[in-house]
Design a protein around this ligand. Sequence first.
Ligand SMILES: O=C(O)c1ccccc1NCC(=O)[C@H](O)[C@H](O)COP(=O)(O)O
Length: 211
Amino acid sequence: MRTRVKICGITRIEDAHSAIIAGADALGFVFYSPSPRALTYAQAADIVHSLPPFVTSVGLFVNASAQEVNECLRTVPLSCLQFHGDETAEFCASFNRPWIKALRMRPNLDLKASILPYLQATPLSACGILVDAYTPGTPGGTGETFDWRRIPADLPCPLILAGGLNCDNIERAIQRVRPYAVDVSGGVEIDKGIKDPEKIHAFIRGVSSAQ
Ligand SMILES: O=C(O)c1ccccc1NCC(=O)[C@H](O)[C@H](O)COP(=O)(O)O
């Protein structure tokens, strides 16, 4: 099966369209104000309204309140939610929207045990689990990798691999992990929140070569 690609930390319409032209399947929008890639609901709505069909728009939250997530959903037509904080499975499942839980590979994390509550959530369990590098104090978008051998081969859900991916390591990462999808932010940037069309193309070429 073809490995899906999500380009995360989109802040500009032109970057969204570069990613789609290059073949991205999904775009990520960061709603976490300390992030240099954060954007307002109105800015995200402008970008999402400009997208062609069949592109998944993903909203990222870090320990946001239910009120904040619902307010975002009233403004931005997101296809999917992605939770990067300490959100419970019940919280993630409470928005009537497909969702992904991000887990950071902190030392000694038992990935299989940690994902179970999210796969058993009602009324809607996680549609995928994103695994990212662990950097204390930074919930995501660190540009750091981790030891991919820590990911069990038999995870019972679609796996989205993130953390320090770029056009130099993406083929090795896919061949090693065989994820459902890959997620990249810093590896395709010129500057924080500013994507580079050439790097996006090179990244997606790397994904295709790894098949
Ligand atoms: O990108 C951010 O600034 C960010 C901030 C807070 C939570 C999550 C964030 N990004 C999440 C992503 O999905 C990134 O793509 C993922 O962490 C990988 O980032 P990178 O290592 O830069 O490719």
